[in-house]
Design a protein around this ligand. Structure first.
Ligand SMILES: NC(=O)c1ccc[n+]([C@@H]2O[C@H](COP(=O)([O-])OP(=O)(O)OC[C@H]3O[C@@H](n4cnc5c(N)ncnc54)[C@H](OP(=O)(O)O)[C@@H]3O)[C@@H](O)[C@H]2O)c1
Length: 336
């Protein structure tokens, strides 16, 4: 019988998602012994998962509970097949993105500050903040404190499972959507990433929702930020190192752009890091996919993949094809 290692910390309810006919083996980073298993569903917290890996023997297939799998190949080595949780967290991550965009355009972080100060008159700071970041210094009456999302241009950098869900949720706002992916295509029009520089000056909101890789490291750096409109909003729902943090800190402190980021580089963001005190910034601590349905949705995707694996069918969400069963026990990483 196929032996499937899963995080012992999962609540028993969600395990019902996994197929019958497999032996479920709870594993954790506190295990004092090694176990022989065929499939590993790692803990969604990478550090815990990395501490668990040295106790696992015989793993041929890793089924990640996350869409991003960047730490896994370096830990398990090239001989293990790795699948991600493609599609599992579309709704939660897209809702975070919509929430972040609206929070920034409606200046909720500033209004929360004002609420905590208990000083109604500070509301005037919102019109000053609007004028400073957008450059719209006309004497509006009444003063402008909030902006509309409706009618703005949103550039989606990444048009995969989550990018498409964000576009679906943006539909009621009648925004103009520009799309970027690795390769260009039509219906709807998606631009190749090589066209990014020409698109950045057209966008009011730039959403990063693509995987981190050698190609996407610092995709948004000082030259790309320089191409963005004054006061444009950069939303990073993807991975921290897709943006050069130093360039972001500089642009925020200079009042050039605003940003809402769920991910940072470094991550976790250390105390006293300059990002914490940047103006026009909303930071959330990598919680974009959080939901009461996180584990259920992730295990549903893993279960479908597991059924295909058991039936000898092609897997759908492979991010690394293992190099061959004859080498499967030669994983690298921190295994002794
Ligand atoms: N903040 C969070 O908690 C959270 C939650 C979930 C996911 N994420 C992140 O979001 C990422 C995207 O997830 P997804 O499920 O939407 O992935 P996906 O379905 O695989 O889609 C990825 C998209 O990114 C594009 N892309 C890949 N490499 C690129 C490159 N070098 N340049 C330009 N575009 C590139 C792809 O282009 P093609 O369509 O041309 O292949 C595709 O459109 C994940 O990898 C993960 O890191 C973060």
């Amino acid at each position: 019988m196929l032996r499937v290692a899963y995080p012992a910390t999962l609540i028993p309810d969600v395990l019902r998602e996994l197929p019958e006919g497999v032996e479920l083996v709870p594993v954790s980073d506190k295990m004092g012994h090694d176990v022989e298993v065929d499939v590993w569903i790692p803990d969604p917290y990478p550090t815990r998962a990395q501490r668990t890996w040295p106790h696992l023997r015989g793993v041929k297939l890793v089924l990640s509970m996350l869409a991003g799998t960047e730490w896994i190949p370096g830990t398990v080595g090239p001989h293990v097949t790795i699948c991600n949780a493609h599609g599992a967290h579309n709704v939660a991550t897209a809702e975070w993105t919509l929430g972040a965009i609206l929070s920034m355009l409606k200046q909720f972080p500033l209004f929360l500050d004002i609420q905590r100060s208990g000083n109604w008159r500070r509301r005037n700071e919102a019109s000053a903040a609007y004028a400073a970041i957008t450059g719209d210094t006309r004497a509006h009456h009444p003063p402008v404190m909030l902006e509309d999302l409706t009618g703005k241009t949103v550039l989606l950098v990444g048009h995969g499972a989550i990018g498409k869900e964000i576009e679906r949720m943006l539909a009621p706002f009648y925004v103009d959507v520009l799309r970027v992916a690795r390769t260009a295509r039509k219906n709807p029009e998606v631009h190749a990433v090589s066209e990014l520089d020409g698109l950045l000056p057209r966008a009011d909101v730039v959403v990063l929702i693509l995987p981190f890789s050698a190609e996407t490291r610092w995709l948004i750096d000082q030259p790309e930020i320089a191409l963005m409109r004054q006061g444009a909003l950069l939303v990073n729902a993807a991975r921290g190192p897709i943006v050069n943090t130093d360039a972001l800190v500089e642009a925020l402190n200079a009042g050039r752009i605003r940003a809402a980021i769920d991910v940072t580089d470094p991550e976790p963001l250390p105390e006293n890091h300059p990002l914490w005190s940047c103006p026009n910034l909303l930071v959330t601590p990598h919680i974009g996919a959080s939901s009461p349905y996180f584990a259920r949705n992730a295990l549903r995707v893993a279960a479908a993949e597991l059924r295909r694996y058991m039936n000898g069918e092609p897997l759908h969400n492979v991010v690394q094809e293992g190099e061959g069963p004859e080498n499967r026990d030669q994983g690298i990483g921190n295994r002794e």
